[in-house]
Design a protein around this ligand. Sequence first.
Ligand code: PEP
Ligand code: MG
Length: 758
Amino acid sequence: MAAAPATVSRRLLGRLRDVMAAGGSSQHRLNEVVRLIAADMVAEVCSCYVMRAGEVLELFATEGLLQTAVHETRLRVGEGLVGDIAAHARPLALADAQSHPNFAYRPETGEEIFHSLVGVPIIRGGRVIGVVAVQNKSRRHYTEEEIETLETVAMVLAELVTAGELISPDELAPVDGNAVLPTRLEGVRLTGGIAIGVAVMHEPQVVVQKLVAEDPQVEMDRLRDALGRLRHTLDEMFEAHDLAFVGEHRDVLETYRMFAEDAGWTARITEAIQSGLTAEAAVQKVHEDTRVRMSQVSDPYLRERLHDLEDIANRLLQHLVSGDESHSTAASTELPENVILVCRSIGPTELLDYDRRRLRGLVLEEGSPTMHVAILARALDIPMVGRVQDALQRISPLNPVIVDGDNGQVFVRPADDILDAFAASQVARAAKIADYAAMRTLPPVTRCGQPVRMSLNAGLMADLPQLEATGADGIGLYRTEMPFMSRAQLPDVSVQTALYSRILDLADGKPVIFRTLDVGSDKLLPYWQSEREDNPAMGWRAIRITLDRPALMRAQLRALIRAAAGRDLHVMFPMVAEVNELDRARAILEMELTRHQTSGGVPPERVRVGTMLEVPALAWQLPALLKRVDFVSIGSNDLTQFLFAMDRGNTRMAERYDVLSPAMLNFLRWIAHECRKAGVPLSVCGEMAGRPLEAMALLGVGIRNLSMSAPSIGPVKAMVRSVFLPALEDYMTGLYALPDRSLREYLRNFALDHGVLI
Ligand code: PEP
Ligand code: MG
């Protein structure tokens, strides 16, 4: 009779430890281990199979089967019961093994007399590297505890197998996706959406073989030649993508050209060549030096630029080593139909090398939302998850992969049910998008006939086509800092004028509210060196900077005025805390308007000036404020953080306070009331306006103007068209005085009871 399982496990482990410590060859120890397991589990057979190159499981040791089968018997992954265990990376316990459809009879083992079998995978680093199985003559029902014991033992076996003596470690390197565990990897969302495909590894590393040069002059010529060809390919890339990549995407490529033409960079390479290196070795050396220096830079934006530099250095190396850049990355090889690109990091031009029609998703080990490639992926609508630790090791080429951009997770080698679920949700998503698109021309009017203005938040050129696609009323918030952030240097007046003018052209008569530069806090400019602050969100940012550096504000306003010549201009100032700040900003605007007119410029048709309301202090000056502005827009993201004294970027605080609290809703209701009394249009452009339940509450407090990102327009419009405001307002009247921390559940119940689509 078997002893209690926990005891079996502990006793067995004790003995295994002795075997492992005793020394001898690995094969000898493995033989001992299977003997011990068989004895302890009261089984006639215990066998250990090890995964060999090519995904075959080889019998490495057995107690009970014929010894002549050792190193002879081999099973493919998926073949027989042992192959089944490896393929699904899960235990199997069968009282009648031979009646299992996957049973594969191997006469050389003499196993026909054993009826029952229990086996578990031997796993290391998420991969199946072998199987250990126990067999009995009787039709034995193995218990859960026995399976657990065997799993514990398998961990010890994993040590033995990976120690390197039984088989070469190379053989354990991943080959393809069959024999590995489904894994879920966590990262951060860089672009939303779901992508299903197979992994293609992006490994652009070029191996420099010849280090020392005979003639520096020859190397200089080679460098010049390679640089020329590099510039040429970049130019071609510009041309090829000219139509698709306007605005910021062009800026991304411009940054590249800047690197490629950077005199300091080429001077350092030249210097290295003069010291005796080949051109390619010189490029690599300079690149390594820069890398070391840049990696010590704490500024995340600058660090992202390192990837751009890496991209360009790799391209140059490819020109030098193989004559052109087209042969060394996965982009130039035959690609599968649905590519999920896995990389440490990738530069924008490298991304453009891949066939867009085959590229479904991106998985990066590094990455942040402000990196150029993320901007590009968003514009191309490629779901992307970043900061996935060890992605290159944990995903193997051609592994099936699901990128769940919405939730920042990646499923590697997913089980069939997970694949089905995602495929279904992809279909549902597409159907929903189609539904929302069908609503494009339907007016955002409530069931009781109240029109609601719905506008877009934008910051990229790529956002502009969404105006047409969503049927939004205009751009309620254009974050001008975005184009500033994606450039390598401060854009001058003419660059800004061209940009704003293009935005107005694309908006085609719909109003665009330009918010002046809101930098500082978490929005850093690469060329703007400011001092470190303990509390940057409450520090020198937005209008505080532009009032202190009026040249910056003037340049921007001048560009806006020029761009809007003969058209309407809407300007909004961010982070205004007191009326005086608005007055000073307005005075600068007036000055620029006068200057524009006296120098013969065509003035804007109309100028509308507004303020963000995101600092609570401003709400206590509403009577004075409302006399001075044409509109107000509530930045609920910042307003919430300042109202509750809660850092908006601190994940510990994320759930602590709710925008649907009595405090926030009372505050908003009062502001809405004051603005209505004064006849000043009020909108909300923070994230809450784009969430259907929150947007419903905003309608309830009296706000009729919402600005949100493009994907929110459909869901919020569905809510607007299904709500009956008198009932909502009535219901909410009973909520404002409640002591609850959140009114979310009450509001949700109202929506459910009244058929409001949230
Ligand atoms: C806000 O604070 O709500 C807002 C819209 O501005 P940003 O998110 O750009 O700070
Ligand atoms: Mg803000």
